[in-house]
Design a protein around this ligand. Structure first.
Ligand code: ADP
Length: 155
């Protein structure tokens, strides 16, 4: 594996895609030749928005960006990255809880496949509280979530 072709995988559930995800992607775009936004399909996790809806939300923002690809996967994230010849996994960090969780995964991934580096970007302070979980909770109660969702996405 060589890292000359800078392909990053941005894995997640994106249920739904938020301004927090967008902020991380916009800052990561200049760093890579290609970023694959990869929606993990996890049978143990109950989706809120259907997979196709989530994909369409993301496409509505990035469909004209040649550096962004949207895909789904069911395997281990690191296996998926290997198959895609990606040299990097991109993740966002909001707080120490994210860090604790991400640190173990990044260390384990590195043990499994040291050629793939996990790159963390720290969230802008104004988005530190934005999460898909909170957006889903607001949607359930009929609250307006437009301030947490990129403008092109209509939930
Ligand atoms: P997962 O279920 O894998 O955590 P998510 O869709 O919740 O998937 O998140 C995907 C990535 O985006 C994770 O690295 C997460 O930390 C990051 N992320 C989510 N919300 C924000 C935010 N507000 N600011 C920065 N990063 C974020």
């Amino acid at each position: 594996m060589d890292n000359c072709n800078r392909i990053a995988v941005f894995p997640g559930s994106f249920d739904p895609f938020t301004i927090g995800h967008l902020a991380i992607l916009e800052r990561a775009l200049p760093l890579f030749d290609k970023i694959i936004i990869a929606l993990g399909i996890n049978s143990a996790k109950q989706d809120f928005f259907p997979l196709e809806t989530r994909i369409n939300h993301i496409l509505s923002i990035f469909e004209h960006n040649p550096k962004i690809e949207v895909d789904t996967y069911t395997s281990l994230t690191i296996e998926y990255c290997r198959n895609k010849h990606a040299g990097f996994i991109l993740r966002g960090l909001r707080n120490t809880t994210d860090f604790q969780f991400e640190k173990s995964i990044a260390q384990m991934n590195r043990e499994l496949f040291p050629q793939i580096e996990t790159i963390f970007l720290v969230t802008p302070p104004e988005y530190g509280h934005v999460s898909s979980t909170i957006v889903r909770e607001l949607v359930k109660y009929g609250a307006d979530v437009s301030r947490y969702i990129p403008g092109k996405i209509v939930l």
